[in-house]
Design a protein around this ligand. Sequence first.
Ligand code: HAM
Length: 420
Amino acid sequence: MIKAVRGFKDVLPEESIYWQFLEEKTKNLLKAFGFRELRIPVLEKLELFDRGIGSTTDIVEKEMYTFKDKGGELVAMRPEATASIARAYIEHALHLKDPLGKYFFIGPMFRYERPQAGRLRQFNQINIEVFGAKSPSLDAEIIALLHYISCDIGIEDGVTLEINHIGCKKCRPLYREILMNYLNLSKENLCDDCKRRLERNPLRILDCKKQNCKNISLNAPKIIDYLCEECKTYFDAVVDYLGVYKVPHIINPMIVRGLDYYTGIVFELITTELGAQGAVAAGGRYDHLVEELGGPRVAGIGFAIGEERAVEMIKKRKKLDLPSPFFFFALLGEEAKRRCIPIATDLRKSGIYTELEHEEKSLKSQMRKANKLKAKYAVIVGEDELRRGIAIVRDMKEKKQFEVSLKLESFLSLCQGGAE
Ligand code: HAM
């Protein structure tokens, strides 16, 4: 038997309905906030992520699916969407069309991480990105949008919105020096990864999950105490607007994010319900990304929701069932089938979930099937019913039968007040 590749997962119908719930609820809200869908490809030139996400990040250093295609081009399967959406924004000169570009994209990302509960090699994200503006009220609005989504999907009781500000090109280098000096004192106790990070990307050490590194980070200088005046004022204004948007949140100075494009506000939606993989969503501001990828000087902010993790949380709170047929046509004989196919087709075209039996089966077996599918009505048609121009309709729950004339209208009127 050939099994799926490790870290790659099927989503079966019973689970798919939770994904549909998540995506439909989110899309409704996104529409109301003026977001439009921008679809990006799975493959990009490797260079995009190297430059966009940063060559010293874990993602680029060790987690990307990269290969040379048959033409010799070095490509990568997208490990995230922000760099790709920025690339599309530049390539199609969208800044000319949409001075404030608000885009969303839902799809799979690929990272060669060690698979575990809540961590896959192919995982799915709902990405939300805004290009072309920078303002504390906009930042608060985007963070609020994440909060409102968590409310609409019903997980707000299990998550905390944590925010931080990681400084700008002016104040971050200074903080980096101070942090590096502090971490150097405990260098010997850092894990091997963090020892390497010390020179190249010391902020990432604050995000390390190893206990020793965590202990060291706990007392590290906090970036929030080293922000320049401009960043400090901006951060305070965002926090203030979060009050206006009525978004419960906490400030967590340990949030640094694992991608290099972030500047300023960063945030994560955290839960304790999913074991080690606590981030359900994450994002922040990336004001230099578009320019660094060769585009115009355009600010940006966004976030991504990890769908697997959001779905896990929804499943803990909500029971969703696969839809059941409104009608199950239990048919006896060729002639009954021919008479009922057009009726069933018209019902289906009207959006009414209808099943009909294609195989020659006994009435008993067809009724068992109707029962198993939890059909509301079984419609029984055999030679006798055909002769009389009627169908026997059985209400499967009430266990009552009645006759209707064998016409579309009879079935449509049964749907009124109950059909989905
Ligand atoms: P990220 O923190 O790398 O950010 O990923 C965002 C979310 O994707 C995580 O919080 C988590 O829920 C989910 N996720 C990440 N890796 C995995 C995995 N291996 N398995 C399952 N779920 C995972 C980004 O990707 C940024 N592009 C977000 C962003 C958009 N920032 C600005 N705009």
